[in-house]
Design a protein around this ligand. Structure first.
Ligand code: F6P
Length: 445
């Protein structure tokens, strides 16, 4: 038997519940189209690699190159829409576009597939567990018509896992055929556990994820939904910090942004508003003290130009304070110490030691940027992801997420989506652009 193709130890092939025997109601829209730059035939695949060097280093024949199954409507589907019952759940921290995804799923399911029993489970995985007593929400086109005008999620959310057996019990009791899970890596691990229980029990429930991460830390999806809205908002804080810093003698603005392990928001917000002098991200440890340390650099900058702006991602500089007690949040994420106030204190002390005037203003827009309404780009992106997720689920695909890779919409097994974290590559183009925009050294220390 041929070995399945794997990347990062995870298979690229998406699991299906069984053969598709039902004509898709979308058939009249499909026609016969060849793969072009704007369309991919369902039998084609989207290559993982996009440079000659990467492709040739695989040393495999063309048809064995690793690639993803394209997303999109299938001509034949697995579920009979008139008998299909669907569940939707949102989990983890907020992210712009959650309501848009819910709305996109409901409208596509009802308007195009004719599915009209859609239930929203409340407050993440808690919504399936009897002891929490959360009722389900009937999701109809009328109910979701304008929810995209608000941030947050109409279903509510929560962090943390629940027993996958109990979740599948609930799905079976309610005769749910398809479960859409909108959440980050912990949530997707939960979704994989649910699909495993479904498979062990021999049930036919499709579990399809729409990856959600404000930190943009899920691999192989180019950029996560809501990310663009988030960094655009964050850029406003950088502008504010810059206005404050340039308006006072010795003005220093510090903007502390989310980004537990990945500094994408910090990098993109900085590039969106080129007012920052220094960006600090979790991927690049830095030194505070010494001639090549951050503090001296910042002081010289202020002495020379009169002001400076520092953008710091929450996970940056975690090695600067040691000996703190370890604890985790409900998602199992290690609780971080707050780098922002620590940085402010160290800058204040350093400037005082050197007799340099300092007017420090500290801005933390973290929860503001992730709770706002999605911007037009994310409106488009979320609706297209929702469409892709519905097509995938109706065709019986399971244990997978939808994503966008190299600008094409794709299907990816959950195992791959949680195989590692997407991080800013200090040797990559993005970090180089940040260095060019800020003028800061490659690293401090
Ligand atoms: O999980 C993404 C994230 O935005 C992190 O960057 C941040 O640490 C965390 O959520 C905070 O969320 P909450 O305070 O809701 O747990």
């Amino acid at each position: 038997m041929e070995e399945p193709l794997t990347i990062e130890g995870a298979e690229l092939e998406v699991r299906t519940l069984g053969p598709c025997r039902i004509d898709s109601p979308l058939l009249p829209l499909l026609g016969e189209r060849p793969t072009t730059q704007h369309y991919i035939d369902e039998g084609d695949k989207v290559l993982l690699d996009d440079t000659l060097t990467m492709i040739s280093s695989r040393k495999v024949p063309l048809d064995e190159l690793p690639g993803f199954e394209p997303a999109g409507p299938r001509r034949k589907i697995y579920f009979d829409p008139s008998k299909t019952r669907v569940g939707i759940v949102t989990c983890g921290g907020l992210c712009p576009g959650l309501n848009n995804v819910i709305r996109g799923l409901v409208l596509e399911l009802t308007n195009h597939y004719g599915v009209n029993r859609i239930f929203g489970f409340r407050h993440g995985y808690q919504g399936f567990i009897a002891k929490y007593g959360h009722s389900v929400v009937d999701l109809t086109p009328e109910r979701v018509a304008h929810i995209d005008e608000d941030g947050g999620t109409i279903l509510g959310t929560s962090r943390g896992q629940q027993d996958p057996d109990e979740i599948v019990d609930c799905l079976s009791r309610m005769n749910i055929n398809i479960l859409f899970v909108i959440g980050g890596d912990g949530t997707l691990r939960g979704a994989r556990a649910i699909s495993r229980v479904v498979a062990e029990r021999g049930e036919k429930i499709a579990v399809v994820g729409i990856p959600k991460t404000i930190d943009n830390d899920i691999p192989y999806i180019d950029q996560s939904f809501g990310f663009q809205t988030a960094f655009a908002k964050a850029a406003e804080s950088i502008r504010a910090a810059s206005a404050e810093a340039t308006s006072a003698p010795g003005g220093v603005g510090i903007v502390r942004l989310m980004g537990r392990h990945s500094g994408f928001i910090a990098c993109y917000a900085t590039l969106a508003k080129s007012d920052a002098d220094v960006v600090l991200i979790p991927e690049l440890p830095f030194t505070l003290e010494g001639e090549r340390g951050l503090l001296t650099y910042l002081r010289h900058r202020v002495e020379k130009r009169g002001h400076a702006v520092v953008v710091v991602a929450e996970g940056a500089g975690q090695d600067l304070v040691t000996g703190l007690p370890e604890s985790s949040d409900a998602s199992g994420n290690r609780k971080l110490f707050d780098i922002g106030p620590e940085l402010s204190r160290r800058i204040t002390d350093h400037f005082a030691e050197h007799g340099t005037e300092l007017n420090l203003k500290y801005i933390d827009p973290s929860y503001h940027i992730r709770s706002v309404q999605a911007n037009p780009y994310d409106n488009v992106y979320t609706i297209r992801l929702a469409h892709a997720a519905v097509h995938a689920a109706m065709s019986g695909r399971t244990e997978m997420v939808v994503g966008r890779w190299r600008r094409r919409f794709i299907h990816m097994p959950i195992a791959l989506a949680v195989s590692h974290r997407n991080q800013v590559d200090p040797a990559g183009d993005l970090w180089m652009s940040v260095l060019e925009a800020t003028g800061q050294p490659y690293r401090f220390g």
